[in-house]
Design a protein around this ligand. Structure first.
Ligand code: SF4
Ligand code: SF4
Length: 359
């Protein structure tokens, strides 16, 4: 059966206040209030944008949605997990400071930013799923414990997943460091030349005994490494890194399976918003200002179905650009169909949708 996807035209040039009002109009048109109950801890999943990135969805654009949740007497909090890579979202302290600077805070939105995966990105819950790759996924503990989710995704291209929208926001964005590592399972960390101080912390934490120390630096045995990400978590010198080139089909399937884990126990307790404005070739993890857009601003989409809202967003982007997303981002090795088709196969949602335009 086709899922309902609500859509309203919007442009960055409308201004943040108008965008916020339009998002709230979608919330009302889709009757999303039914998914949130009084006293729920409601995770408002956001991406605060890597430092120097200027094209992420700005905090004031979410004020209308936050106000709607507060009016329902839920206990909403803005949230995002620690990243695998280095930067200002690498741990809860730096991430919270960046979020606060950007208004994702009590001062900005009237609700707190809370990292759901703890200080190191390791506070996790193993969630059983019926997946093809995994029977259990590692999700941020407080994402599992909260009662409801309002997901805010920025629709962009992506260097590994082809498209980043709701499925990726849930799967990658709500999993812990180990969960993210599992999604990047073909990747094994390496130690950067010149960064390692030989502190030995990774060596002491590696349960697989994959790490050795010579007189210059630590080394990771790629055959012994099981991709657990402990070394990434404990290294305080940003010395552990990855090769981001990976076979994208496996990654996309794993992202969809982690998204399924996020949604376990939250059927009928979530709403998914895709902001298709400032649709850039790369995602908000890129710390660059004014990343080039691949299409003109389109608008905001919302649905109770995380797959339908992504399929609708992709269709609108491709219609606006007159080409496929791989063409628009200049990487024909990637194909977004892997994540959509796998998400449908494992029961995350439906790719069939009815688009309902709201004025
Ligand atoms: S924790 Fe980091 S700095 Fe310390 S030995 Fe390992 S890689 Fe080097
Ligand atoms: S990812 Fe885990 S197994 Fe691999 S080197 Fe790091 S700590 Fe060891």
């Amino acid at each position: 059966m086709a899922s309902r996807v609500y859509f309203i035209k919007a442009r960055v040039s409308d201004g943040e206040k108008v965008i916020s009002e339009k998002a709230k109009r979608l919330f009302e048109a889709g009757q999303f209030a039914q998914y949130f109950k009084r006293n729920d801890f409601t995770a408002v999943k956001v991406h605060v944008g890597e430092e120097s990135n200027t094209t992420y969805v700005k905090a004031p654009c979410l004020q209308g949605l936050v106000d709607a949740l507060v009016a329902l007497k839920t206990k909403p909090f803005v949230t995002d997990t620690s990243t695998l890579y280095t930067g200002r979202r690498h741990n809860a302290v730096d991430h919270t400071i960046l979020a606060t600077e950007r208004g994702f805070s009590v001062e900005g939105l009237g609700i707190p930013f809370i990292a759901p995966d703890g200080l190191y990105g390791t506070a996790e819950t193993a969630v059983p799923i019926e997946g093809e790759l995994d029977q259990e996924v590692l999700i941020a503990a407080d994402i599992v414990r909260c009662q409801s989710i309002l997901s805010v995704a920025h629709v962009t291209g992506h260097c590994a997943a082809c498209v980043g929208a709701t499925i990726k926001t849930l799967g990658m964005g709500c999993s812990t460091r180990k969960g993210k590592m599992r999604q990047h399972a073909a990747l094994k960390p390496k130690v950067k030349r010149g960064r390692c101080t030989r502190c030995g912390e990774c060596y002491r934490h590696c349960a697989a005994e994959a790490i050795t120390l010579d007189e210059v630096q630590a080394h990771i045995d790629q055959d012994k490494c099981v991709g657990c990400a402990e070394c990434v978590a404990v290294c305080r010198f940003d010395a552990v890194t990855y090769d981001w080139q990976q076979e994208n089909e496996v990654l996309q399937k794993s992202v969809a399976e982690h998204a399924l884990g996020v949604m376990q126990g939250k059927a009928g307790r979530a709403a998914f918003f895709n902001f298709a404005v400032s649709v850039t070739r790369d995602c908000d993890c890129f710390g660059q200002a004014d990343l080039p857009q691949i299409v003109d601003d389109i608008g905001i989409l919302a649905s109770a179905d995380p797959v339908a809202v992504d399929q609708a967003a992709i269709d609108l982007v491709e219609a606006a650009g007159g080409r496929s997303v791989p063409d628009l981002i200049g990487n024909r090795r990637l194909d977004w169909r892997h994540q959509i088709e796998h998400a449908v196969k494992i029961g995350l949602g439906s790719a069939e949708y009815e688009l309902i335009e709201v004025s």
